[in-house]
Write a protein that binds this ligand. Sequence first.
Ligand code: GNR
Ligand code: NI
Length: 179
Amino acid sequence: MAIRPILVAPDARLKQKSAPVEGPVTDAHRALMSDMLETMYDAPGIGLAAIQIGEPVRIIVMDLAREGEDKQPRYFVNPEILWKSEETAPYEEGCLSVPEFYEEVQRPARVRVRYMNYEGKTIEEEAEGLYAVCIQHEMDHLEGVLFIDHISRLKRENALRKLKKVKKAAEQDAPGKRL
Ligand code: GNR
Ligand code: NI
């Protein structure tokens, strides 16, 4: 297991579409999922898509357990949304690839999803609440979409301008460091 660097916007890699896992879930996929989970816990975050550590494959990890609760790691390979509710709900979102920026996003309140789990078993279930928010946020990453793509252009450009500044300062601080 290893903690890997998380890509921060603006970065062209975060805009690419991730490719499906072809065939069964292998130990190589499980090794990637372990790195993702360790990276997510370290951040800390509640979800992570593989592209956030530079791997353009359709794999997500998540843990919605609260502080002090036992860990509840979840793994999603090739997730698909089968159904979205008409009803939407607002949630103040953040993203490890858009650090220190939070904004309300409206999404379908409930979704039905199908995916393969850590063992490669196909699961179908309905998500609501924070689970619904997080799976939609992570599945957006697989399409190269960030939560700031769902807010006003003015707010998005302000967030990106701030991130560019922070990156430039970090580059002057530690030239050549991978960010
Ligand atoms: O850690 C995270 N918190 C969060 C809060 C509200 C809505 C979505 C998220 S996901 C985010 C981690 C992340 O960037 N996943 O891609
Ligand atoms: Ni994110």
